[in-house]
Write a protein that binds this ligand. Structure first.
Ligand code: CP3
Length: 351
């Protein structure tokens, strides 16, 4: 399909976000926010009125609008595609929903080899609205890069095996420890889906990808290395073949940062619990992303920006630094504070 061949916007060559991701020198410290598109924005709540989360994710025009909202409002250096880590599972036919205030809920949790085998692989035909939304976005965004994303195998497996959000991930880890053949099949299945989902987004024009392994912090380094890392590695390797920078993020991962980099990331996302000066030596020759405590936006602006300055200074010792929060924007966040934070990061003189 020749019209699928796209010419990247020439302005992307100067993108501070892409420069930092590649370890080149950006014109200013780039900034975007995990969960920047979503419940903290009144314009988001307005367009979502009466429309379910998954339904919204399957409407290319709505996805385009919601993804653009924070870019318009804050002038952040990257857009993150509005979707969810469980959307590709829904698209292949897994019976699940995203319940407001709860998160993803799976009707029949995956526990056996037969359950794993019943999950189809993801093809382009499952998600026409995704490629369409990415193409529309890339046209609208111009010189602002679009980040595509997928859930990493461990984090997605946790929703499938537990049947919903979990603190301990006990059933998931019990499968990992006690039924390694089922675990391996499940991880392969999800890795294939995640790799296809990233490929579809990159082929439609996304300039970078982020692999969210939000709950990997539940694992020891040895278990991560043996039972999880090879699968994330495969997803990142396939994304690497598409030529887009890859960000690898998890929460509570101070003991895993080295391995998460080694898994094939160009940028390692760091949560707020690990100071960047500790994280930077661990990630090796890679850029870092993060990591302001998301609750600092509830503090007075000057307290928030003083902490942001410390993070920017610490980030200078990294191969590259993309400013972000240490996890997603909390829904009750005042958008005015994110605006002040964006302006502060953009105005900060690196000297
Ligand atoms: O960052 C963005 O703005 C892009 C959109 C995005 C969403 N989910 C939208 C969303 C992204 C990147 C995700 C990824 C995601 N989803 C992750 C990884 C990132 C992370 O936060 O660690 C995870 C673990 C999920 C699973 C999930 N989906 C959770 C935990 C929740 C929140 C449940 C709640 O309501 O407290 C969701 C729902 C969800 N995903 C919402 C949004 C905007 C809220 C839906 C709504 O408006 O009702």
């Amino acid at each position: 399909m020749t019209d699928a061949v796209r010419t990247p916007h020439p302005g992307l060559a100067e993108s501070p976000f892409l420069a930092a991701a590649r370890g080149e020198v950006p014109s200013h410290t780039p900034v975007w926010f995990m969960r920047q598109a979503g419940r903290s924005l009144p314009e988001y709540l307005k367009v979502r009125e009466g429309i379910g989360m998954l339904e919204s994710c399957m409407d290319a025009d709505l996805v385009t609008e919601i993804t653009l909202q924070p870019v318009r409002r804050y002038g952040v250096d990257a857009a993150i595609f509005f979707s969810d880590i469980v959307l590709p599972l829904k698209a292949v036919g897994v019976d699940l929903d995203i319940k407001p205030g709860v998160g993803p809920v799976v009707a029949s949790p995956v526990r056996t080899m037969a359950d794993v085998e019943a999950i189809p692989d993801l093809t382009d035909e499952h998600v026409p609205y995704i490629s369409q939304a990415v193409r529309q976005l890339v046209a609208e965004l111009g010189a602002t890069p679009l980040i595509g994303f997928a859930g990493a195998p461990f984090t997605v497996a946790s929703y499938l095996v537990e049947g919903g959000p979990s603190k301990e991930h006990a059933r998931t880890k019990a499968m990992m420890f006690g039924a390694p053949d089922v675990w391996d099949a499940l991880m392969r299945k999800i890795a294939g889906i995640a790799a296809a989902y990233l490929r579809i987004q990159a082929e439609a024009g996304a300039s970078a990808v982020q692999l969210f392994d939000s709950w990997a912090g539940a694992l020891t380094p040895a278990d991560y290395r043996a039972s999880v890392m090879p699968h994330s590695e495969r997803v990142l390797a396939e994304a690497g073949e598409l030529g887009v920078p890859r960000i690898h993020f998890g929460v509570g991962t101070s003991n895993l940062l080295g391995l998460m980099g080694e898994a094939g990331a160009d940028v390692v996302g760091v949560d707020w619990r690990t100071p960047l000066e500790h994280a930077i030596p661990l990630v090796g020759d890679r850029a870092v992303q993060g990591n302001l405590d998301p609750t600092l936006v509830f503090a007075p602006t000057e307290v928030m920006t003083a902490r942001a300055a410390e993070i920017i200074e610490a980030g200078r010792r990294a191969k590259g630094h993309i400013f972000n929060l240490g996890h997603g924007v909390i829904p009750s966040t005042d958008p005015g504070q994110l605006m002040a934070l964006t302006e502060f990061v953009h105005g900060y003189q690196l000297r």
